[in-house]
Design a binder for this molecule. Sequence first.
Ligand code: ZN
Length: 91
Amino acid sequence: MKGNKPLDRDYFKRKANPNAKKGPQLTECCKQDVDRNILNKNNKNDWELIEDYCEETLQSNSGTETITPVCCKVCGRLIEYVSTLNYKSWK
Ligand SMILES: [Zn+2]
């Protein structure tokens, strides 16, 4: 069955490895798509980007008091940023 169908990453993954599972592969620990390039706190360069993001957010939003990069405890992938707001600045 050739042609007339979209070729996606899965197609080439299965072509390279016919036993590969269908659909995006998720990490066991945090269910993140392994093919997505996600920042990882265990990577020095990534951590600098994460810090930069937090610093920028704190500097540009005076209402933000703290910002926490929430990372997977097993593999270190960045899952989300959680920020706390400084309600006193909301005047
Ligand atoms: Zn993980």
